[in-house]
Design a protein around this ligand. Structure first.
Ligand SMILES: NC(=O)c1ccc[n+]([C@@H]2O[C@H](COP(=O)([O-])OP(=O)(O)OC[C@H]3O[C@@H](n4cnc5c(N)ncnc54)[C@H](OP(=O)(O)O)[C@@H]3O)[C@@H](O)[C@H]2O)c1
Length: 337
């Protein structure tokens, strides 16, 4: 049995689900992969706590769910998270703190230092990946650490894995997708007669919108996902400047209803084809694959030279599939070591 000394950064929706999954699948992880995740460091916005013997994560989950913070746990070390982590003997860091898309934030520094010293990193946070994917991959290669970030693109929809693992020697000629549940929500609500502001509020109430809704509405959340796809599986080396981004702010109830009467629907579509990258609202037949990605669904359509045209759709209401993808990334890193 390999015991993985693990740090879990962030204790929000994603990691709460990951804790439950690791508990629920403990026996399967041991029996099928010989892996045991021992969480020796945890953090939230109050700082970081360390217990070299491993935390009772069910108790930590209860503590968080009842409004407790990491600062109230035994082993609390204060807020110098990166410093504490650098001093710890770790195998793995699970990173699910809030996204900082402008700089990558402290998460990027933490991932960098971890990878330099051979500590594997699995991220749900897009920030470090958007800012520095190739640098992080190079660091991982040099030190032999593993790096996983499949959860950064459409949560549990295994877009990156399909392209990497299941399309050996294939060339993707076009990829397009509906990657943003908030836009789906807003379009549905507008078509039902809600105002744009009420529709957005509703999306926030049901937990579909990012903390900063401008990311969803402006098309940026989708563009960041497209950027990660392009740079990690399409062999591109692009920045956000290479993606033509149009948000959904100008879509009105009248436009949606007019299209509905013709059997169409408007979706926020990300697309990459022949070196052109875009995110924009598109009119699609309602019964097309992407046109039928509604509510909590995300979908991707992958066109290729030898693997045909693939359609993958995921229904993800709570980030359980996202958390499961983090576990999968970690298992894939350590299963053969
Ligand atoms: N939710 C999803 O569906 C989903 C899907 C894919 C990717 N992601 C990404 O995964 C990440 C986490 O998402 P989430 O939904 O779990 O977020 P969340 O519910 O807002 O939780 C964020 C957690 O990070 C903690 N935190 C804040 N600042 C911190 C800091 N400086 N150091 C350590 N921890 C800090 C927060 O602490 P407190 O508990 O004290 O507030 C909270 O526990 C985000 O980057 C998000 O974009 C989310």
């Amino acid at each position: 049995m390999k015991q993985l000394k693990t740090a879990m950064l962030g204790l929000g929706s994603v990691h709460k689900n990951l804790i439950s999954i690791l508990e629920e699948k403990k026996a399967a992880l041991a029996a099928q992969y010989g892996l045991d995740f021992k969480i020796i460091a945890i953090s939230d916005s109050s700082g970081i706590a360390v217990n070299e013997d491993g935390y009772d994560m069910a108790a930590v989950l209860e503590h968080k769910k009842s409004g407790g913070r990491v600062s109230g746990l035994s082993g609390y070390q204060g807020t110098r998270q990166q410093h504490i982590l650098n001093e710890l003997a770790l195998d793995l860091i699970f990173e699910a703190t809030p996204v900082d898309l402008k700089t990558g934030g402290e998460a990027l520094d933490i991932c960098r230092s971890a990878l330099i010293r051979g500590v594997s990193v699995v991220m749900a946070n897009k920030g470090p990946v958007v800012q520095a994917l190739s640098e992080l991959e190079n660091l991982a290669e040099k030190s032999g650490a593993g790096i996983g970030y499949s959860a950064t693109v459409c949560g549990g929809l295994p877009v990156l894995n399909i392209a990497r693992r299941d399309m050996v020697c294939g060339t993707i000629t076009k990829i397009s997708g509906v990657f943003n549940g908030t836009s789906n929500f807003i379009f549905d609500a507008l078509a039902k007669g809600m105002s744009f502001d009420d529709a957005l509020r509703e999306a926030q109430n049901v937990g579909a919108a990012e903390a900063d809704p401008a990311l969803d509405i402006g098309g940026w959340d989708t563009a960041f996902k497209l950027l990660i796809i392009a740079n990690s599986v399409l062999g591109a080396d692009i920045t956000l400047d290479n993606i033509a981004v149009d948000g959904i702010e100008d879509i009105t109830a009248e436009m949606l209803i007019k299209e509905q009467e013709k059997g169409n629907i408007i979706k926020l579509v990300a697309s990459a084809e022949e070196g052109r990258y875009s995110v924009r609202p598109e009119v699609l037949p309602m019964d097309s694959f992407l046109g039928s990605c509604n509510g909590w669904e995300m979908g991707v359509e992958i066109h290729s030279d030898i693997y045909g045209i693939m359609y993958h759709k995921l229904y993800e209401k709570e980030p359980i599939p996202t958390a499961a993808s983090m576990m999968r990334d970690a298992v894939n890193i350590f299963r053969h070591r």
